[in-house]
Design a protein around this ligand. Structure first.
Ligand code: AMP
Length: 215
């Protein structure tokens, strides 16, 4: 299905359209969502053109995708968010409206809370750094947990300039699993909280389009 709106975020990046910018570096811009769904709601977007949806992640641009997590962490420092939620709609069938990759960052008052799951026997992907398995209590038709194995990377707050690819790879594994499952669109979710209040591993949820969200 084609996108029906133009890439308004490109105009924000070039300065042709206004936005409430909360963070910016060479690679990424973060600005407040015009229609907030939580007390704090911002969008992290890559500055480089050509990344339309999460399906555009590949081995050469993992770092750019990882930088979306890094920008969210910097924004959380600037905005005093102890915990936050990250969400991405991938493809029009996944609920995406604007044709440029964007990661929603919402304060913890944003409603949906998804629990992590212990590994199940249905493993869709595994390498030395990452494992993806079916959630033990799925909340929609297809609910897959993508987990980083490194015991040092227990939450989205552990993103650094030095591990961008490991985090960016979460998007690549999501794409890969979605293709195995025959999904033409999907949603991604991560709850980001300090280690002592969250599950003991970084947990990225891949959700089929029937998962209901406000976003
Ligand atoms: P998605 O449905 O995931 O594509 O999300 C698009 C988001 O972009 C929505 O939450 C909109 O409220 C937001 N949005 C659309 N236009 C603008 C804009 N000009 N400035 C800031 N946010 C916008």
């Amino acid at each position: 299905m084609d996108f029906v709106v133009e890439d308004v975020f490109r105009q924000i990046i070039t300065g042709e359209a206004p936005a409430d910018i909360v963070y910016e570096d060479e690679y990424t811009m973060a600005f407040k969502d015009i229609n907030p769904k939580a007390r704090f709601h911002a969008l992290m977007v890559p500055k480089v053109d050509g990344l339309v949806t999460g399906f555009d992640v590949h081995s050469e641009n993992l770092e750019i995708f990882g930088r979306l997590f890094l920008a969210a962490k910097y924004v959380s420092d600037l905005e005093d968010l102890d915990t936050y939620k990250l969400h991405m709609n991938v493809g029009t069938l996944g609920g995406q409206v604007v044709p440029r990759v964007h990661l929603h960052q919402l304060s913890s008052d944003y409603a949906p809370e998804l629990d992590c799951s212990m590994p199940t026997d249905t493993v869709y992907y595994e390498d030395e750094a990452t494992i993806a398995y079916q959630h033990e209590n799925p909340v929609c038709d297809q609910h897959v947990v993508i987990q980083l194995k490194d015991p040092e990377l227990v939450s989205g707050l552990d993103i650094r300039e030095t591990n961008l690819e490991a985090f960016g790879n979460l998007f690549w594994v999501a794409k890969s699993v979605s293709q195995q499952l025959g999904l033409e669109g999907y949603k991604l979710f991560m709850n980001v909280a300090p280690n002592e209040t969250s599950s003991p591993f970084t947990c990225f949820h891949l959700l089929s389009p029937d998962y209901k969200t406000e976003l």
